[in-house]
Design a protein around this ligand. Structure first.
Ligand code: SAH
Length: 355
């Protein structure tokens, strides 16, 4: 089968064989990418219409005990100015966000020991009590199963933990030895078993990543069936060991987004900030490639430039209202609209036929 036929097969059957994934990821062309985007966009529109869910990210701490080679808030970056929002400041962000229509708050941060289970679950409970019609998503890295359970019991219903790469050897190249791929995977399994709507995902174009690895990513995603997938191009940060590395390709990221939509029609798929940083029109193109979520920044202006995961991160200059309005206009320009809703994961009846 040629790549065109493979894309139609994926559209119809939501899967390919390992050999077919390898072929597609190893030899796709710009034409294939356009076709994938067309098919994926139709699937997303059949499922979600032209509605885009928006989630507010509160970057509530940039303290981190880890030393990931790509990340600007790694512990070894002595130039990073560290901050930690207080629970009151975090609630203020949610308050502001709620008034703007946000119904999901994503608490994201480095792995910061100050935020014990007790403190974090207290925070989650207060947010849920204050905003009973909102969902809380956590994105705070690797923790024990007991910790994940406690946070779930406190009211966190979703968790984002990218696995970063499906290749164990490549994981070792992106992370220091004290971090293990096996533990990352253990975390993802625990989160899903506990009942979180679980998001995994990888960076695209990290140093040494091959097309075969991307084929393995697709196999993993179709087997694991996450409720959310976070995909963004790797972008270098000037104060990390990867400062001189080539950035990941936005086009490859767009192609993968489309493949994810075709393989997992129901998945909640953000058009990420990294994609919007790599190209000005990145977030719009992400939606046109099958994404149905955007995650604007809800952090206080004063801390935004301190949560620099990579250079020139988009959305640091505007406040919450202006940032959301800008994104809203970008969506309108391509015929989509932001909808104020929790936007939980829903699985369509497997029997129903996709267009
Ligand atoms: N500490 C949390 C949150 C990490 S930041 C955790 O471990 O899950 C969220 C995501 O940003 C990471 O999972 C990573 O995929 C992405 N990221 C970090 N540095 C990046 C870079 N230089 N380029 C692109 N994406 C990056």
């Amino acid at each position: 089968m040629d790549n065109r036929e493979l894309l139609h097969k994926l559209h119809e059957e939501q899967n390919l064989t390992p050999e077919q994934w390898r072929q597609l990821l190893g030899s796709w062309t710009e034409e294939d990418r356009q076709l994938a985007a067309e098919l994926a966009r139709a699937v997303a529109q059949a499922r979600f219409g032209r509605d885009i869910f928006f989630r507010g990210i509160v970057e509530f701490t940039n303290y981190c005990k880890n030393n990931c080679c790509y990340c600007g808030i790694r512990r070894g970056n002595e130039k990073a100015v560290r901050y930690r929002l207080t629970p009151e400041e975090i609630l203020e962000c949610c308050q502001e966000g709620y008034a703007l229509g946000y119904r999901t708050f994503v608490l994201q941060g480095g792995e910061d020991g100050w935020w014990t289970d007790q403190r974090l679950s207290a925070l989650v409970s207060v947010i849920r009590e204050t905003f009973p019609d909102c969902a809380v998503t956590l994105s705070v890295g690797e923790r024990s199963r007991e910790s994940y359970q406690r946070l779930f019991d406190a009211g966190a219903e979703r968790y984002l933990l990218r696995h970063e790469t499906i290749s164990e050897a490549h994981y070792g190249r992106l992370h220091p030895p004290e971090l293990s791929w096996k533990n990352r995977m253990r975390c993802l399994r625990d989160l899903k078993e506990i009942g979180y709507q679980t998001g995994c995902g990888c960076m695209v174009g990290t140093p040494g990543q091959t097309p075969e690895m991307l084929a393995e990513e697709m196999q993993f995603l179709t087997a694991f069936r996450p409720q959310m997938i976070g995909l963004g191009p790797f972008l270098p940060h000037k104060d990390t060991p990867f400062r001189g590395e080539k950035p990941g390709s936005p086009e490859t990221t767009l192609f993968l987004l489309s493949l994810c939509r075709l393989a997992l029609p129901d998945v909640l798929l953000p058009s990420t900030t990294a994609l919007g940083t790599a190209r000005d029109d990145g977030r719009a193109l992400g939606v046109l490639a099958g994404a149905n979520v955007i995650m604007p920044n809800l952090s206080p202006r004063s801390v935004r430039e301190k949560y620099m995961l990579y250079d020139n991160k988009a959305g640091t200059a505007l406040d919450a209202r202006a940032g959301l309005e800008t994104l809203g206009r970008q969506m309108e320009a391509i015929g989509y609209r932001l909808v104020s809703a929790r936007g939980d994961y829903r699985e369509r009846d497997r029997e129903e036929k996709w267009p």
